[in-house]
Write a protein that binds this ligand. Structure first.
Ligand code: P53
Length: 475
């Protein structure tokens, strides 16, 4: 493991900060999402509807509590911390010419606090929180105008924080826009809402190309400001396995991986891969992409690859009987009989992390940062002073061990590991508080009721010891 390995945790502004209107903040896409459950999808409402529960409006009040929360992270020995900048704090509507000073000041204070407590800020520019106005007025990322608004936002924050932040990511889980099973993700990732008649694939690819161009432009600007900036891309990396050794399954799994690799091929190599060009032709998809933009993609390639890793998916070319409720990144996903799943149907697969790191590193030869990994679970908080979350410890231990094997035995270059939600936050997928990832328990329910007091879970001490021993002490 690297000497300067970054150990820490990761959150996103909209899932933690709350105070959705404070300091001149505008409405983001996350602000129009109601709360749901594993069984009941979050609703995307047209604007804010009185009487509905919008959990991102309150988050865990991190906007007001960050100093105390960071103190707890410091106690665990974090030397890195990932969060995002809420675009709507800086540009409330998204298309203004001038930024909102109060929003900028908030992140100045937050980053100062992190640095003072020994943590390298690792910052995502866009994490499921684009201004809602850009959705209403421009149709989200389907519009090329949004490229300029994003690039302007990126430039403002790069300039403002260039002495405080070195590690950046442009778009969180950029590939999450591509989930044919769930249009929810197209909305949170790309601000997309499809019309009845339109070719969804076309819209999705156009939005993705617009984001990829915007990312590349941001990289160029960043590098001109400070050449030693580290700018990464970020993928939801769910490796796809074949259900059997039937060559049809193996080929299907390989083809489904393209919905991940397409993004990396552009981000890292600066080129649209042949398999995508062929698909566009076959599906009669026409993408508006100028020669100049093609050149921009070539120049604005990333320095590192960041991933979230929670699970693997398995696909079968044949229909399988009696499928459970596994998270499905495509309609061909079936349960993997060798794996168990979380209460939300995410199949727990530590070996898959080692597999993923190898695939990524030897395909792209870029350092990798694991910026999300963790187990969403129900915690028994009958006695808040003693919350025993052995299941979480086991999940994290096995994944960290798999990462260590990838580093020590396979030679993969991993820059750091920030577990998801070191303090309980609002779930992105369901809007629940009760889907908890934290080492720190937050006394609050799905409706924002509770004392909001913080309590250390059993995993708190375990993670502190793991970091202290640089994971050498894990068994
Ligand atoms: P929640 C689905 C699949 C993989 C990653 O998710 C995902 C999702 C979204 O549900 O999102 C990332 O909160 C995302 C975070 C999110 C985290 O995973 O649904 O980057 O914002 O909170 C965990 O359990």
């Amino acid at each position: 493991m690297r000497k300067d390995f970054l150990w820490g945790g990761a959150i996103a502004a909209h899932q933690a900060e709350g105070e959705w209107k404070a300091g001149g903040k505008g409405v983001s896409v996350a602000d129009v999402l109601t709360s749901g459950t594993h069984e009941k999808k979050r609703e995307i409402t047209k604007g804010i509807i009185e009487g509905k529960n919008y959990p991102n409006h309150f988050g865990i009040d991190f906007y007001n509590t960050y100093q105390e929360d960071i103190k707890l992270f410091e106690e665990m020995g974090f030397n890195g911390f990932r969060t995002s900048i809420a675009w709507t704090r800086i540009f409330p509507e998204g298309d203004e010419a001038e930024p909102n000073e109060e929003g900028l000041q908030f992140y100045d204070d937050l980053f100062d606090e992190l640095i003072e407590k020994g943590m390298e800020p690792i910052i995502t520019l866009s994490h499921f929180e684009m201004p809602y106005h850009l959705v209403e007025a421009y149709g989200g990322w389907r519009s090329k105008k949004v490229i300029d608004y994003f690039v302007n936002f990126a430039e403002v924050v790069f300039k403002r924080y260039k002495h405080k932040v070195k590690y950046w990511m442009t778009f969180n889980e950029i590939n999450n826009i591509f989930n044919p099973n769930d249009e929810f993700f197209s909305f949170v990732t790309g601000g997309l809402q499809y019309q009845e008649q339109e070719n969804k694939q076309q819209v999705m690819y156009q939005a993705s190309m617009n984001q990829l161009v915007a990312s590349a432009k941001a990289v160029e600007i960043a590098k001109a400001l400070r050449p030693d900036f580290e700018i990464g891309c970020m993928l939801a990396f769910i490796p796809v396995y074949p259900y059997s050794s039937n060559p049809a399954d193996v080929l299907l799994a390989q083809q489904e991986m393209r919905s991940r690799y397409f993004y990396l091929d552009v981000h890292v190599h600066g080129e649209i891969p042949n398999y995508t060009k062929i698909l566009w032709e076959k599906e009669k998809i026409t993408i508006d992409l100028s020669e100049e933009e093609i050149q921009v993609l070539k120049k604005g390639t990333v320095d590192y690859v960041a991933i979230s890793y929670y699970m693997s998916n398995t696909v079968s070319s044949q229909k399988q009987e009696e499928q459970g409720a596994s998270y499905k990144s495509s309609e061909n996903v079936v349960d993997n009989p060798y794996l168990t799943a979380s209460d939300w149907g995410w199949q727990n697969d530590p070996t898959g992390l080692r597999y993923a790191l190898n695939e990524l590193y030897y395909r792209y030869r870029k350092p990798i940062m694991i910026v999300e990994n963790g187990l969403g679970a129900f915690d028994d908080a009958t006695n808040k002073e003693v919350i025993v979350d052995d299941y979480r410890i086991e999940y994290l231990r096995n994944h960290i061990l798999a990462m260590k094997q990838a580093v020590d035995e396979d030679g993969v270059d991993v820059l750091g590991y920030t577990s998801w939600g070191p303090i309980d936050i609002v779930s992105a997928g369901t809007g629940e508080m009760k889907k908890r990832y934290g080492f720190i328990y937050v006394d609050q329910d799905d409706y924002g009721n509770g004392s909001k007091k913080r309590y250390k879970k059993k995993s708190f001490d375990w993670y502190r010891e793991t970091i202290k021993g640089n994971a050498e002490n894990l068994i």
